[in-house]
Design a protein around this ligand. Structure first.
Ligand code: AMP
Length: 442
């Protein structure tokens, strides 16, 4: 039977620490499918990281040859901890009678819900590295095994698909956050939301040519991959997929998604083909990554409505999560395009937020007529000569269908407003007219 050489970390800081470690090694030696090869010397170390005050650790490592799969070896490690009197699940960085960590398993990289090998904190810890060196693990082997710093950047579909498949097969709940890069705190909030809900988070950065019209700003769209990677790292993104257009759409790519009426008004009317491009790239990303959840910003509410229909119509087995709009302190919705505003337009742009809030306040004050509510917001925007309304509509909440003339029970007001002091910048925003003022960010 094929044997793999594996390395286990051994540590304890309560009770008879040396005895607990020696007993664990003896138990390993009589476990079917395991042969103990070597045991390192033991060393005393302080707790690394935060935790309650506690005694010194005794740490070491052993090498074994095993015919067990890694998942079974992990169960053996847990059983050794239990046998030593440790209660599981144990709070992190609390005193422990015995810690047995699976550090290395041959040359394998394992990334499942239960197990990450090489052990994620191995390379930062001298008390693990020293015993490994003593057991004959070379610097070269350590450097080959060292994982790329998070987030890992991949540019090929094949690699991204393989990583996502490993996560899924390992039982991880996976989250996908599609973006066009030039990331800001609005994107950051999507990453953080995904991080809270999922075991693994993938961000994609792709300025999708299909969603730009021939006269639009594709070539000039802001790009900042180093900055984007820093934000992804800070937000706990595991992998960033940043393909080239040729990688995303192989030569001969011909299947595009026709989104129907939901994509033909408002943004769709101003930007024909926009939602066709958005839906095609998002469907392609769903097919590659097969996420359990996908995260989008409410800032682009019509995009969310179109994508909800896409998920329903094509039956993608995932949950689409809509995250609230993140704003600058003066109310302007964060957008990658805000950098294009000249100083005067930037100072004027929060008028969009004020206009939407005015409609919200009017609704709270009892105004119910659809067109009168739109008129309230129009009047605020008209007071700012730098702003030109592209569209301003009150639609039904959720599916954003047109509302009939007359009284409304609420809805979402959506605006596209142009500023042309420097170059022309079109900004989008929207707000629920029934939301409380405390929640007016969404
Ligand atoms: P983009 O890179 O502009 O395609 O945006 C990628 C995702 O981030 C989309 O789902 C957007 O709706 C979302 N997003 C953009 N700006 C914001 C914002 N200010 N707050 C929350 N989400 C946002």
């Amino acid at each position: 039977m094929r044997e793999v050489v594996a390395f286990l970390g051994l540590g304890a800081n309560i009770g008879d620490r040396e005895r607990a470690i020696r007993t664990a090694v003896e138990r390993l030696g009589v476990t079917p499918g395991i042969r103990v090869l070597r045991v390192s010397s033991l060393r005393e170390t302080e707790l690394v990281g935060d935790g309650p005050p506690q005694g010194m650790f005794l740490n070491g490592a052993c090498s074994i040859a095993t015919s067990l799969p890694a998942s079974a070896l992990l169960s053996v490690c847990k059983a050794l901890e239990l046998a030593a009197g440790r209660t599981l699940p144990a709070p992190r960085n609390h005193p422990r009678a015995l810690d047995v960590d699976l550090l290395l398993f041959g040359e394998e990289h394992i990334d499942t819900k239960e197990l990450t090998v090489p052990h994620p904190r191995l390379f930062e810890r001298a008390f693990v590295l020293e015993p490994l060196r003593e057991l004959g693990v070379s610097e070269q082997a350590l450097s080959d095994l060292r994982p790329m710093p998070a987030p890992r950047l991949v540019t090929t579909t094949r690699e991204f698909q393989a990583i996502c498949s490993t996560w899924i097969e390992g039982g991880c709940l996976t989250g996908l956050v599609p973006t066009m890069g030039a990331l800001h705190a609005g994107h950051g909030s999507l990453f953080e939301c995904a991080r809270k809900e999922c075991d693994r988070v993938a961000a994609t950065i792709f300025v999708n040519p299909k969603q730009f019209g021939p006269k639009e700003d594709l070539a000039a769209y802001p790009r900042d991959l180093p900055g984007d990677l820093r934000l992804c790292a800070k937000s706990g993104v595991d992998v960033v997929f940043a393909p080239s257009p040729a990688e995303m759409y192989a030569p001969g790519f011909a299947s595009n998604i026709d989104v129907g009426a939901e994509g033909e008004t408002m943004e769709g009317a101003t930007r024909p083909g926009h939602f066709r491009g958005v839906s095609t790239v998002v469907a392609r990303l769903f097919a590659i990554a097969r996420p359990h959840r996908a995260y989008f910003g409410q800032k682009d509410a019509q995009q969310v409505a179109v994508l909800r229909r896409l998920v329903r119509d094509l039956g993608f087995p995932l949950r689409l999560v809509e995250c609230p709009t993140v704003r600058e302190a003066d109310g302007l919705a964060m957008s990658s395009r805000n950098v294009y505003l000249d100083a005067k337009d930037r100072a004027a742009a929060p008028v969009i937020h004020r206009a939407l809030r005015a409609a919200q306040q009017a609704f709270a004050g009892g105004l119910r007529d659809r067109d009168a509510l739109v008129q309230v917001a129009t009047a605020v925007l008209a007071g700012e000569p730098r702003a030109t309304i592209d569209y301003l509509e009150l639609r039904s909440e959720g599916d954003l269908l047109p509302l009939p003339i007359g009284p409304v029970a609420g809805g979402r007001m959506l605006a596209a407003v142009r500023f042309s002091g420097g170059r022309t910048v079109r900004l989008l925003d929207n707000m629920s007219v029934v939301a409380s003022f405390e929640n007016s960010g969404s």
